[in-house]
Design a binder for this molecule. Structure first.
Ligand code: A2P
Length: 272
């Protein structure tokens, strides 16, 4: 697998049902997706692994990303095995996903026991080839810079909420400077962005759907969106965004939507 994060990924948040999740992964690979995003907390790494196995697409052509949950961020260098240890939990994720290597392992949130030990565990996983790339998620620019300073391994991405209601201008500029990708989660604003008149106008102009426009808008701005769907038709529809080319007026129209809303903001979130 190349180091490059593919343009569109399948989000699997809340897709917990064994069959729906494995089928969604299979449908996505069939539609052309080569990036599947999951997390320990989603409780579906095993089902993602089943989808990968069931698909005709060879596993080594698929970029598989997962995230270490907040209560698994400690690192015990003495070698004792703890189930909540970042190193051990990554090995477990790899087993559940049934892959040789995890293409990208993120710290899900800079929360709970996140700290230098977490980054040391990631460096070890990287050195040992358990993971191909290190990423972070829900990090502020300051926290990304700090992680970059402390890690030996390169940091390739910050995965953040991004959609027309939260366009993340500063994060995109920062990521350019820092040499990392922005992976955009909830690029449809969990469905909320689909009703925006600006999105609908642009969709009509391009004979596309509002979801395709949201995904295309994300790509046009340099991010790597991971729309979540459990439905094979919508999974295919979202991938069709690659055929929609927005011009700068379209992008501007959507970026300058008046309404702003951060949809995912738990108590343990950083001070954004
Ligand atoms: P479903 O899984 O039933 O398709 P986001 O990626 O922004 O978090 O949005 C995910 C939400 O949007 C889910 O509720 C998902 O439902 C829905 N969704 C995904 N793709 C589409 C689409 N093409 N059209 C309408 N809703 C969609």
């Amino acid at each position: 697998m190349s180091d490059e994060i593919p343009q569109i990924g399948l989000g699997t948040w809340k897709n917990k049902g064994q069959e729906t999740c494995a089928e969604a992964v299979e449908a996505a690979l069939d539609a052309g997706y080569r990036h599947i995003d999951t997390a320990q907390i989603y409780g579906n790494e095993r089902h993602v692994g089943e989808g990968l196995q069931n698909s005709d697409v060879p596993n080594d052509e698929v970029f598989v990303a997962t995230k270490i949950w907040n209560n698994n961020l400690k690192y015990d260098k003495s070698g004792k095995k703890h189930h909540d240890d970042a190193y051990e939990s990554a090995l477990r994720s790899r087993d559940l996903l049934n892959v040789d290597t995890i293409d990208l392992l993120y710290v899900h949130w800079p929360a709970e026991d996140y700290g230098d030990g977490t980054l040391e565990a990631l460096d070890r996983l990287y050195d040992e080839g358990v993971i191909e790339n290190v990423g972070v998620s829900n990090f502020t620019p300051e926290l990304v810079r700090e992680a970059q300073r402390k890690l030996d391994a390169p940091l390739v991405a910050n995965q953040v909420e991004m959609h027309p209601l939260l366009p993340q201008d500063e994060m995109l500029d920062f990521a350019d400077d820092a040499g990392i990708d922005v992976v955009a989660y909830s690029p449809l604003g969990r469905g909320k962005a689909l009703d925006l008149p600006e999105v609908q106008d642009v969709a009509e102009k391009h004979d596309a759907t509002p979801a395709q426009v949201c995904v295309a808008w994300s790509i046009e701005r340099g991010a790597k969106p991971i729309p979540k769907s459990e439905n094979p038709d919508r999974i295919r529809e979202n991938y069709g965004a690659l055929d929609v080319s927005l011009d700068s007026d379209d992008v501007e129209k959507i970026t300058s939507v008046d309404e702003r809303e951060r949809l995912i903001d738990p108590g343990f979130a950083p001070d954004w």
